[in-house]
Write a protein that binds this ligand. Structure first.
Ligand code: SAM
Length: 293
């Protein structure tokens, strides 16, 4: 058996292919060929923790060990990027507030219910940001408003539920918003105010899990920003089909600014807002148009 204090095992091309495919099948994240070294470096600590001698044995562990589900979560954890912060992509949030919320207010005037989903919410900043935007909208006073945040990583969900953040998470948050929506929590941290927290719930959810997604309530808008950039086309298609199914007819999908649905044949219509482009589940199958309704 190779000893770790002698040298760390190298990942062969075949081991890389097996591990990459296994991770991809589970969560859609595609580790590119030129990322072999990164994968090797990030997974080494797992081998050391488990006392597994090389990457072939680690692959076998992921496939057959009784603890394989937990270990796959740990592997995905070490390969995912959780970068996020409050009020990210302000121009999109402005377009959402000024152009989509009035449409949603009209559409849901009878039920006075609004459901938003931050899909791939990381440590919660995006979900709380949406709750803060809604809190600032007098038009939704007295409404039943819920924001759902979900992620594949249990570690970031624990942080989201704790709702305590440092300066990096707040780098795009104005002093005014900081004052109104946060309370001090120790020397360098702040905590999201309780009334905002009460609007948000978090859950563990793999966006590729078709059966699990059936349990997610129907949404008026889904923010899935900076998640699918790590997926290949086939995983993107699958996630888009799932997200479309979770939207009410006419519901909106908002992606990150570097993402679009080009070449995905996804069944969404493009909506040109003054300040952004968003996607919408058609009201009726096959109906397409461009204006905001
Ligand atoms: C870069 S963060 C984006 C956070 C936030 N949406 C934003 O734009 O600021 C990407 C998140 O997607 C999550 N993720 C990756 N693959 C996923 C999957 N298959 N299902 C659910 N979440 C996933 C990661 O764990 C990570 O927290």
């Amino acid at each position: 058996m190779a000893r770790f204090d002698d040298s760390r095992p190298e990942m062969t091309a075949e081991e890389f292919r097996l591990l990459r495919d296994h991770v991809y099948a589970h969560c859609g994240i595609l580790v590119h060929e030129d990322m072999k070294f990164v994968m090797e470096r990030r997974l080494w600590p797992r081998l050391e923790t488990l006392g597994v001698p090389d990457f072939s044995a680690y692959h076998r562990y992921l496939r057959y060990d009784a603890n394989r589900h937990a270990e796959l979560e740990a592997a995905v954890e070490s390969l995912t990027t959780h970068e996020t912060y409050f009020f990210r992509e302000p121009s999109q949030l402005k377009a959402f507030r000024e152009e989509l919320l009035p449409v949603l207010e009209k559409r849901n005037a009878r039920t006075k219910r609004l459901r938003l989903w931050s899909a791939g919410c990381s440590s919660g900043e995006e979900a709380y940001t949406l709750a803060m935007v809604l809190r600032d909208e007098p038009r939704f006073e007295g409404w039943d408003v819920e924001v759902y945040g979900s992620d594949i990583s249990r570690r970031v969900l624990t942080m989201a539920r704790r709702a305590e953040y440092g300066p990096s998470a707040l780098r795009a948050t104005s002093a005014d918003l900081l004052e109104r929506f946060f309370v001090p929590a120790g020397n360098t941290k702040v905590r999201v105010r309780d009334d905002v927290r009460a609007m948000v719930s978090f859950g563990h959810h793999n966006l590729l899990d078709e059966a699990g997604s059936q349990l997610v309530m129907k949404m008026d808008a889904v923010f899935c920003r900076n998640v699918m950039i790590y997926f290949d086309q086939s995983a993107r298609r699958k996630v888009l089909r799932i997200l479309r199914d979770r939207l009410v007819p006419g519901g909106y999908l908002l992606l990150g600014h570097s993402e679009n649905l080009l070449n995905l044949g996804a069944d969404f219509e493009l909506v040109h807002l003054r300040g952004d482009l968003v996607y919408r589940r058609p009201e009726l199958p096959g109906l397409v148009g461009g204006e905001v309704r």
